[in-house]
Design a protein around this ligand. Structure first.
Ligand SMILES: Nc1ncnc2c1ncn2[C@@H]1O[C@H](COP(=O)(O)OP(=O)(O)O)[C@@H](O)[C@H]1O
Ligand SMILES: [Mg+2]
Length: 376
């Protein structure tokens, strides 16, 4: 959903978490192939390793696995690792590719014994396909409907046992019955800077890049907690070093390269900084309605809401309240300004109305309607 919902600034953005064509080319070569090489996500990794080990010991196909979390954190990578570790083939499809139950039936009936079926963006599957999947997951059986109307009959078809690995950026959108049929759910979290340094070290070694420790941490801290972004920034740093004839990349070189691409020390790009500057400079830190803020930045409301806001909220730079958007103390600090005495975030009433739960800013595409009510 994310890709289509985003405005023009979305997919092409240097700090966007969705992968584009260039990413796919390189990602294939940078993907870790085993659970041991997969950096971070300790808990998910340990739990998953247990699921896989147990299935090998029992000699049965592994439980169905659901992987949830924001884009770029390693869901596709983990699905590939699961098949690899189980030593079985992997079939890849996605929710949007399965529009009719028949599409799913064709895939399911051609699976081999023990195969891993990876369904990316599983929350975007059509209803009839979803219902077929319930039965397939539970009983390894589907009913194929033949004919139409009164003459329609359903033919039961047995399937070989398989392991479904579903991935979703929006676990909340999955219907309960589907969620319940997964034996294991792993939720991926954003990565810490030291973890991203490890991801970058690994990638740099594969790309044959010489970099200092400080250079790794410089790139890691601008990567928004996301390995995909870290790898993409690394490519830009590599290009910069090549053009400037730098053989060993240090922090200064890495910083200069990323400054040139307008990705700042916290990973904000120009759009993010424009939103913050407008909020602080033109509206004294708010509260200001989303649409007013968007006009001030010269962007679509939706771009501001879905592209810039989620990260700004997550970083504690921007707050969403029923009366509009407000700048948090960190926003002034990040822009190198003094926090004014009368800033809105200090108002106790607004503080308590803040929606700060993780991901709240990117839930629901029109969830902002009421936010603007008083300021429109
Ligand atoms: N834990 C990790 N360790 C090393 N590299 C990772 C890790 N997670 C993701 N990556 C890298 O980030 C890129 C995007 O990961 P991917 O699995 O495609 O994310 P998602 O499917 O969640 O959007 C891949 O190139 C992968 O190599
Ligand atoms: Mg993916």
């Amino acid at each position: 959903m994310a890709v289509e919902e985003r405005g023009a600034a979305g997919p092409q953005r240097l700090v966007g978490a969705e992968g584009d064509y260039d990413d796919q080319q390189l990602e294939a070569s940078l993907r870790p192939g085993t659970l041991d090489d997969f950096v971070g996500q300790q808990r998910v990794r340990a739990q998953l390793s247990l699921v896989l080990e147990a299935s090998k010991l029992r000699g049965r196909t592994a439980d169905h696995v659901l992987l949830s979390g924001p884009p770029g954190l390693g869901k596709t990578t983990l699905a590939m690792i699961i098949a690899e570790e189980l030593g079985v083939p992997l079939r890849i499809s996605s929710g949007p590719a399965i529009q009719h139950a028949g599409d799913l039936a064709a895939i399911l009936s051609s699976l081999t014994h023990g195969e891993v079926l990876f369904l990316d963006e599983i929350h975007r599957m059509s209803r009839p396909a979803e219902e077929m999947l319930y039965m397939a997951m539970e009983d390894f059986r589907v009913d194929i409907v033949v004919g139409k109307g009164a003459g329609a009959t359903s033919i039961p078809l047995d399937l070989p046992p398989f392991t479904l690995v579903g991935a979703t950026t929006r676990a909340g959108l999955l219907p309960g019955p589907l969620r319940d049929r997964f034996g294991f759910t792993g939720h991926l979290e954003f990565y810490s800077v030291p973890e991203l340094e490890l991801v970058l070290r690994r990638s740099a070694a594969l790309l044959d890049l010489a970099m200092t420790s400080e250079a790794f941490s410089e790139v890691a801290s601008r990567s928004r907690g996301t390995p995909r972004i870290a790898n993409r920034l690394l490519r830009r740093v590599r290009d910069w070093a090549l053009v400037h004839g730098v053989e060993r990349i240090d922090a200064r070189a890495a910083g200069a390269a990323l400054d040139m691409y307008e990705v700042d020390v916290r990973g904000l790009d120009r759009l993010d900084r424009n939103v913050l500057s407008a909020l602080v400079g033109k509206f004294n830190g708010g509260p200001v309605g989303l649409s007013t803020l968007a006009i001030a930045v010269g962007e679509e409301t939706e771009t501001v809401e879905t592209v810039a806001e989620p990260f700004l909220v997550r970083e504690g730079l921007l707050g969403r309240t029923p009366r509009g958007r407000i700048a948090m103390a960190a926003a002034w600090e990040h822009l190198g300004l003094d926090v004014p005495d009368h800033a809105a975030f200090k108002d106790p009433a607004l503080r308590t109305a803040l929606s700060t739960e993780p991901g709240s800013a990117d839930r629901g595409s029109t969830g902002s309607g009421s936010d603007d009510a008083s300021s429109a």
